[in-house]
Design a protein around this ligand. Structure first.
Ligand code: GLC
Length: 476
């Protein structure tokens, strides 16, 4: 058997061992199956909503949708529970970060216990959970052709509740979603508060998927119109203000500040002096990306992987921007892929900046964990994006690099170092999304048509292409 073939076989074996059952039915996969029985699992023995996404896609591609269906129904049931953190009642659309099955010692009865951030380290809110749920529900429906789950009253209500949380009126002047730190895959303080890209791309994808799944025979006109309006504004905002290429970098570098009135060019009053030195080296002549965050006098220039790749698969990015993002990945291969695909963000925060932004978090020291560590799970994001733009070779190249290490290293959660050469200091072994992320990438490259369940076409009513107005994505 070829190296890739035996790796695949091993991966499936471990993935199946991670399945969690409830009343004998598979309902998800736990975050990591431990090698060392004495290891403190913290909450890695739970089913995480975000972690299950890649497992779910692997099972869908393999033609085993049952576990995905059970997971989707379990999650929506948990969403309906009343949940409190201290004395505060959470919004009814919130979905848990994770859940587990517990067994009562006396009665032997099983029950499912969910963590809505009330038990999580630092009490972080999982803003992404409900979005992943909607996107998986759409993938399930697309892949199986079974509309009965999405059409069920509980799932319809689940979609409405989840999106309602994000669409209600507030004090916003931006269509992006305001988030606290630690609200997504990066579930520790990492300076992503505000309007983090990873969440905006996922929000966009969830709005699109939710709209597609909502039954139009209900009296949904006004709600769908709210979704449409938000999508339109969000598309404009992201393509226009989050986009950075060499040309735009140059514009910001020469920005005037303190501009008042509707004709302001520097709308958010970004100070050119806030441009970090690294960005001038990082920005290639050919290529571009969506920056990490934009708000008044603040642009987080860091690269974030989930947000950029989901912007491609969801068509939040224009076709031209999508290609420019992949150009940048190729141009900055060592920085982003190195010896293990791939970094969750770039670059790392160091020294004083690390102290202030992370609150001295020792797990997030430079080039480790969320602070620019390398996570093999991103292989599937990279692969889906590469297929979407018709450049699968980029993913083939990355997969080959990963295949040299993953099995030998026992599927670690993440890698450390500028090139991702060292197994992460506190990385779990047999980390489930490392395994399923690899599997999804492998399976998608074998049959790219499977990636359709992860894609949205460009929404033609939201056509706005800022690159057409700037000189080109190629700067120069
Ligand atoms: C860590 C990661 C989070 C993941 C969880 C389970 O907390 O930061 O993104 O969901 O582990 O793997």
């Amino acid at each position: 058997m070829s190296k890739g073939g035996s790796l695949k076989k091993e991966a499936w074996e471990v993935l199946r061992k991670s399945i969690m059952y409830h009343h004998g039915m598979p309902i998800g996969t736990i975050a990591a199956t431990t090698i060392d029985p004495l290891e403190d699992m913290v909450n890695y023995n739970q089913v995480f909503m975000r972690d299950f996404f890649s497992s779910g896609i692997a099972f869908l591609i393999a033609g085993e949708p049952e576990i995905v269906k059970n997971f989707l129904l379990m999650a929506v049931q948990l969403q309906g529970d009343e949940k409190q953190v201290d004395c505060f009642t959470l919004g009814e659309g919130v979905m848990p970060a994770s859940f587990k099955v517990t067994v009562d010692q006396n009665s032997n009865q099983e029950s499912v216990e969910a963590d809505f951030g009330d038990a999580a380290i630092a009490r972080v809110a999982p803003v992404d959970s409900g979005f992943w749920w909607i996107v998986l529900l759409r993938a399930y429906t697309h892949s199986t052709g079974d509309h009965s789950v999405a059409n069920s009253p509980q799932c319809q209500l689940g979609i409405i509740r989840c999106l309602n949380l994000c669409l209600h009126d507030g004090f916003d002047t931006f269509p992006t979603l305001l988030c606290a730190d630690g609200c997504s895959m990066i579930d520790r303080r990492m300076g992503i508060y505000g309007y983090p890209l990873d969440i905006q791309s996922l929000f966009y994808m969830a709005l699109r998927c939710g709209k597609e799944l909502l039954r139009q025979d209900r009296d949904m006109g006004a709600f769908v119109e709210r979704i449409d309006k938000r999508l339109h504004a969000l598309t404009f905002h992201m393509r226009q203000y989050f986009w950075l290429d060499h040309n735009q970098l140059n514009n910001i570098y020469r920005y005037k500040t303190e501009e008042y009135s509707y004709t302001a060019v520097n709308k958010f009053n970004i100070m050119p002096d806030s441009l970090p030195n690294w960005v001038f080296e990082f920005m290639p002549n050919k290529g571009g990306y969506m920056v990490g965050n934009v708000s008044p006098a603040f642009m987080d220039f860091r690269w974030f992987t989930i947000g950029n790749f989901l912007a491609i698969t969801s068509s939040l990015a224009t076709n031209q921007q999508a290609n420019a993002i992949m150009d940048l990945v190729e141009e900055r291969w060592d920085e982003l892929i190195g010896e293990m695909p791939m970094k969750c963000m770039y670059p790392a925060l160091e020294g004083e900046e690390w102290r202030i932004v992370t609150g001295c978090d020792p797990k997030n020291t430079r080039w480790s964990y969320h602070n620019s560590g390398s996570w093999p799970v991103f292989l599937w994001f990279l692969t889906a994006a590469a297929i979407k733009v018709g450049r699968p070779n980029i993913a083939h190249r990355a997969l080959e690099i990963a295949e040299k290490r993953l099995l030998k290293d026992e599927w670690p959660e993440y890698y450390d170092g500028k090139l991702g050469r060292t197994i992460g200091k506190q990385a779990r072994k047999l980390q489930t999304w490392t395994i399923s992320g690899y599997l999804v990438a492998k399976l998608l490259l074998e049959d790219p048509s499977q990636a359709e369940m992860l894609f949205m076409d460009e929404d033609m009513r939201c056509r706005i292409n800022p690159l057409a107005r700037s000189s080109s994505s190629e700067g120069g």
